[in-house]
Design a protein around this ligand. Structure first.
Ligand code: SF4
Length: 63
């Protein structure tokens, strides 16, 4: 099963909660300080990133 992680960059406030809490380091902050799913093939679909994102910027869905 594979997952698609998307970040709404307009909503992302760059607090890094998703980066810190993803168990498999899917997300990094990009040059603009916004979350970027750089390692999506490792995603487990756990939705932790969605739960810790206070601005609702992240969506995880089954491919
Ligand atoms: S769903 Fe889980 S594994 Fe996938 S990016 Fe979010 S925190 Fe990481």
């Amino acid at each position: 099963m594979s997952w698609i992680v998307t970040v709404d960059k307009d909503k992302c406030d760059g607090d890094g909660a998703c980066v810190e809490n993803c168990p498999v380091e899917v997300l990094e902050l990009d040059a603009d300080g916004k979350a970027d799913p750089v390692n999506m093939e490792e995603c487990l679909g756990c939705e932790t990133c969605m739960e810790v994102c206070e601005t609702g910027a992240i969506n995880v869905e089954e491919e």
